[in-house]
Design a protein around this ligand. Sequence first.
Ligand SMILES: NC(=O)c1ccc[n+]([C@@H]2O[C@H](COP(=O)([O-])OP(=O)(O)OC[C@H]3O[C@@H](n4cnc5c(N)ncnc54)[C@H](O)[C@@H]3O)[C@@H](O)[C@H]2O)c1
Length: 354
Amino acid sequence: MDAQRVAVYGLGRVGMPLAAAWLKAGFNVVGYDVNERLIRDLCSLRFEWIDEPGVASIFREASQRGKLSFTVDGKRASSSSNIHIVAVPTPMDWGSKKFVSEPLLSSLNTIGSGLKKGDVVILESSVPPGTTCGVVKRRLEELSGLAADTDFYLGFSPERILVGRALEDLLKRYPKIVGGVGPQSTKIISDLYSRVVEKGVIVVRDSTTAEVVKLFEGVYRDVNIALANELALYSQSVGVDYYEVREAANSQPYSHLHLPGPGVGGMCIPVYPYFVLEFGVAKGFESKLILLARQINESMPHVVVNMLMREVLSHSLDTRTLRVTVLGASFRGNVSDTRNSPTHMVVSELKRLE
Ligand SMILES: NC(=O)c1ccc[n+]([C@@H]2O[C@H](COP(=O)([O-])OP(=O)(O)OC[C@H]3O[C@@H](n4cnc5c(N)ncnc54)[C@H](O)[C@@H]3O)[C@@H](O)[C@H]2O)c1
């Protein structure tokens, strides 16, 4: 086995740029994914799946130099590597608002099938607090018969990228947060990451703290977007122009009023508040503000449709013959990702009016 070979589990919007970042730092990388078509294409140097600037060119060059390979054989990826990076999806079930752990558990089974003494496992998928030192540690120890922080090293390092400029964010824009399940893990993972990212590493107390850092970043955005939405609706009701107020107010350095919008989408910000809420409840803390912010943002598609309907009625238009064009399907400007986009809700509300 090559020294310091990295296996990335899950080659999506996070896993691909991560693989590119480790390649850029000089490591050999194997990419593993359950999507056979994706792996077949990547093996044939067909990189149409990648829409992050800079990633395809790094992949092409590294593949040609034999430093990058792709596989659907998880055991092979695990046993031929000594650094394992988890970037699989960690979605939430929107009915129960509970974390869906299957992809994560399945990736742990894959890693566990080849885990060796001295290996390093870094979880980068966003997870509910306590996951790394709880289910992840337990599962890997059971599967390998090895002890975390003694025989192998385990920690959490959140991905802080913005889709569309992921590689730049990873390599240059932000420090990497690292928290291990023990002191050895923290040291080894932070040493590794200081070789990969320009902005260095912020070491936090433990893996749960690192998990919470990522989730609080999302909660901060969610609450502030909810505030902007509330103030915009307030402004409309009292007859002032929110945009004018915002611009004037933000000329003062302590005011960072966001833009209002039809809601919050993507796989991260709408989901993380629920991870935080559930953990709080389990520990006896009930948050009011986080839940309220979610409720405000989740009501926004409905608010948008109501605004439209008011206009329709005020112009005496006939909804039965009206044709609506919705511009913008992705959850944010300049990205192709439509997952959890509020546009879906706006469209389904409009269809109900037919
Ligand atoms: N997209 C973002 O902007 C962003 C930012 C920060 C953190 N995150 C977090 O990163 C994680 C990954 O997100 P993403 O956007 O890259 O997801 P994604 O859906 O784009 O990609 C996930 C990939 O994992 C693969 N996969 C699923 N189950 C697998 C398994 N058991 N083993 C191996 N591969 C498997 C899928 O086929 C897919 O290719 C999530 O936890 C997400 O919350 C995402």
